[in-house]
Design a binder for this molecule. Structure first.
Ligand code: DON
Length: 567
């Protein structure tokens, strides 16, 4: 009896010790507890949703899912349930990545946007019932919440349902974007009718969308991909020559992929793997800039020579993008080779620090620069030191401008991110080849680059932005402004940004909003042979930096974003 009791006591203490030591290990692994949680969101309501959820004990994933659904209501030009995106996460010190990019419907085919002369038919991949890919957002949010959520799914969707039912106040930027798209919507798109209430300062309510969100809250992802919602989507598609069927919706799957991770200056860059080109591009840019550190030394940030060096390395990245990148489930993308140090050394050494290197000798890139900027990004951290970096999109503002009747769901026009014809530019002016040709169930190549930077598994920076082909060059400039140029996060985000994407030849994109560029700056670059293209908008960075356990969240001055902290 005595021995039995001693054995029981021993066993119990062993179990207690085990539990205790595991807790200690867990605490050690996750010892970044922060002074506050934080959100940087592209609008006020998205920030509010995250703040409410963090205050109720939710973690960064709960808050991110709440923001994603909230923005589908209040940032309808890009926030969505009818689009797709990517999310990079750091949970308990470990990196994850979920790909919820749209896929081409099963009926899609390589030449579907070409006429009988094999010429691209205008607008078919942008504003027509053939433009949407099968949406991935609801599946992505569901998977990520199933794996990491802390609060119940229904509770996390509550803020979005309330914004849809009770309405939200329309900001002028949104009303203006609606006006810009109005004339482009395809016939029978229901777009104008649904959004006619988007007027500056007015309260805009969406009872139909509230119903669909309530269904998703009750049924999980099946509330979108099966049953009534799927039927409504598929029948409006079928009536109007669209391709998405109930089977496409039922078959959609978000995919967990290994995030792309690279060491950079003693830190880890955790970012998007293919089907994004953005992570590879970002790592190539950061590495080549490091290799050229001597050239960057003692030159002023954003001086003509600085911009020339950026342009030189960006050109080389875009040449690779056009040739090698696509959906890794369909083609083999040589990621390891593309970010290999020896390869990048060779590429960086081709940079001519004083003159433009010959574009024709680099590679094909793009032939047009029609610009559009219509994605959105948010970044979240919680007090446990977890982080979420999420970029999602409808592609164009309001996507294909198709609203599914009775649901308030806006469908994307992500099919335009495929290469409709090798060598012909898409709306971002970037070209592709076979690697990014259309195939049934394939994901179109993306530039979205949700990124987290860590050191010793602790978050230093969470960052992302919209901007099409300018996404990763923008993130690159903010990261280097913070870590190489020692700017504060807001200085780094607000600083002017420049962009070069190989072609049009020798063209530097500058921002219209910053007329701060001096005549002399322009003249010096023009004398070197550059020309300028003035763009309206170069992204909308939402970033959080952690300094001494204190998050500092910054929303770009270029958008209508808001940042909040929660204790
Ligand atoms: O996935 C992509 O790269 C594009 N569909 C993203 C679109 C975008 O960023 C528009 N920008 N604001």
């Amino acid at each position: 009896m005595f021995y039995l009791r001693r054995t029981i006591v021993k066993c119990c203490s062993f179990i207690l010790l085990l539990i205790f030591s595991q807790n200690v290990i867990a605490l050690q692994k996750n010892n970044t507890t922060l002074d506050a949680g934080a959100i940087a969101s592209p609008d006020y309501y998205g920030a509010l949703a995250a703040q409410q959820i963090l205050q109720k004990g939710g973690n960064a994933v709960d808050a991110a899912v709440a923001t994603a659904f909230a923005l589908a209501v209040t940032y309808p030009e890009a926030g969505n349930i009818g689009g797709g995106g990517f999310m990079t996460l750091l949970m308990d010190g470990k990196p994850y990545f979920i790909d919820y990019r749209e896929v081409a419907p099963a009926l899609a085919s390589r030449d579907m946007y070409l006429d009988t002369n094999k010429e691209v038919i205008d607008n078919l991949s942008l504003y027509s019932y053939k433009a949407p890919g099968v949406p991935g957002t609801v599946a992505g949010m569901w998977s990520v919440h199933q794996r990491f959520g802390r609060l119940p799914w229904q509770q996390v969707l509550q803020p979005a349902i309330e914004f849809a039912n009770d309405g939200f106040y329309v900001e002028s930027q949104l009303a203006q974007r609606y006006q810009e798209v109005l004339g482009k919507a395809p016939n029978n798109s229901y777009f104008e009718k649904y959004f006619s209430g988007l007027q500056t300062g007015k309260l805009f309510k969406q009872p139909e969308l509230a119903n669909i969100l309530t269904l998703i809250a009750k049924q999980g992802m099946d509330g979108f991909y099966k049953g009534e919602t799927a039927k409504l989507i598929a029948s409006q598609m079928a009536e109007n020559g669209g391709l998405i069927t109930e089977a496409d919706l039922a078959n959609y799957q978000a995919k967990w992929r290994k995030p792309l991770i690279a060491n950079w200056q003693g830190m880890q860059i955790i970012t998007a793997p293919p089907p994004s080109s953005g992570g590879v591009g970002l790592i190539q840019l950061l590495t080549m800039k490091n290799i050229l550190a001597d050239e960057f030394k003692n030159i002023e940030v954003n001086s003509p020579k600085y911009i020339h060096l950026l342009a030189e390395i960006e050109k080389r990245v875009f040449a690779d993008r056009a040739n090698y990148m696509g959906d890794p489930d369909f083609i083999s993308v040589p990621v390891t080779k593309l970010i290999d140090h020896a390869y990048l050394l060779e590429r960086a050494n081709q940079v001519n620090p004083t003159a433009i290197s010959n574009t024709d000798e680099i590679q094909p890139g793009l032939s047009d620069n029609k610009e559009k900027l219509q994605t959105t990004h948010f970044s979240v951290v919680d007090k446990w030191g977890n982080a979420v970096s999420n970029t999602y999109t409808l592609n164009g503002w309001f996507g294909s401008a198709i609203v599914i009747k009775g649901t308030g769901i806006i469908l994307n026009n992500e099919m335009d991110d495929f290469s409709s014809k090798p060598g012909i530019a898409n709306q971002f002016g970037v070209v592709g080849n076979d690697a990014n040709a259309i195939e049934a169930n394939k994901r179109p190549l993306s530039s979205m680059t949700p990124t987290i930077i860590t050191k010793d598994n602790q978050v230093l920076l969470v960052i992302g932005t919209p901007g099409g082909s300018r996404i990763f060059t923008s993130i690159f400039q903010v990261i280097t402004n913070v870590f190489d140029n020692q700017m504060s996060l807001s200085e780094a985000v607000f600083a002017p940004r420049y962009h070069h994407q190989l072609l049009p030849k020798d063209q530097i994109f500058i921002e219209r909003f910053q007329n701060r560029v001096s005549k002399q700056f322009k003249q010096t670059l023009e004398d070197m042979g550059y020309n300028f293209y003035q763009q309206d908008f170069s992204g909308d960075i939402q970033a959080i930096q952690i300094l001494d356990n204190q998050p500092n969240a910054v929303s770009d001055i270029r958008g209508r974003g808001r940042s909040m902290l929660t204790n």
